[in-house]
Design a binder for this molecule. Structure first.
Ligand code: MLT
Length: 257
């Protein structure tokens, strides 16, 4: 069986944090400051401390990896938090096993698949990584991820991604299905967070997602690019904490009294 590296810190109701591309569990370091939760952070194959993948992968395969982490950690239901590509994985998990969600946090992501041009650009990028390594991907993405103040930290994380992990993720994202219908069927509390300066998955994507998910709440974050949760934790963490207190902690408590 594949070994997915993960860490579990803190005590309380579990939140499973799924990173974006080409990143690792380190991007959720600022969220460890949200008190009263068990934070489970994982590295997808080819990123951080998780080896592989041996070849092609897919959103379904990543979803199985996250479920395997939950099983290993003894977690049946959790708050699932997906940032960008991690959001694509969370949407696949919703199709596969919705009962394992207590709530959903969609962080700077989108439900629509790649356009034909987007797909072609991903496959071209994968080819470039095969030939020249991951430097081009890092250079192209970094300016869109965060403003300058946190740029070095993000560059350091991105530079550790393996070519195999990057190529497999690019191809998996190019192949990912449309999750529009999946969102309409969500039955758990959902918070959609977006940086007001996100150019990768802009606020219009978040607004559309929030409008199609029954009862969803939208949280625009001021002065933030794509990685709003990493760049502006002082804004994002209290919003997440208050949302989960209203929708998850009270209900879980009510279920047990
Ligand atoms: C990410 O941050 O995970 C990626 O930018 C997502 C994407 O390229 O679609």
């Amino acid at each position: 069986m594949k070994t997915i590296h993960y860490s579990s810190l803190g005590h309380g109701f579990p939140i499973v944090w799924i990173p974006g591309f080409p990143l690792t569990s380190a991007i959720f370091e600022p969220q460890l400051a949200i008190p009263g939760f068990r934070h489970i952070r994982l590295d997808l194959p080819g990123f951080g401390m998780t080896p592989g993948p041996p070849g092609k992968t897919s959103m379904s395969s990543y979803a199985r990896d996250v479920f395997a982490v939950m099983d290993d950690a003894g977690v049946d239901r959790a708050v699932i938090a997906g940032f960008s590509m991690g959001g694509y994985v969370a949407m696949q998990m919703l199709r596969d096993a919705p009962r394992r969600f207590a709530a959903l946090l969609l962080l700077d992501t989108r439900e629509t698949p790649d356009t034909a041009e987007g797909k072609a650009a991903r496959l071209q990028q994968a080819e470039e990584v095969r030939q020249y390594g991951t430097g081009g991907v890092v250079a192209a993405m970094l300016p869109k991820m965060v403003f300058r103040e946190k740029s070095d930290a993000v560059r350091g994380i991105m530079e550790r991604a393996t070519p195999a992990g990057v190529i497999a993720a690019l191809e998996a994202m190019a192949d990912r299905p449309d999750s529009t219908t999946t969102l309409r069927q969500i039955e758990v509390p959902t918070l959609v967070v977006v940086g007001d300066r996100d150019t990768i998955t802009p606020p219009a994507d978040a607004e559309r997602m929030a409008a199609s998910i029954p009862g969803a709440e939208l949280a625009p974050i001021a002065q933030a690019a794509h990685m709003a949760h990493f760049e502006r934790p002082a804004q994002v963490n209290p919003l997440i904490a208050a949302f989960l207190m209203r929708h998850v902690i009270r209900n879980e408590h009510a279920d047990t009294v």
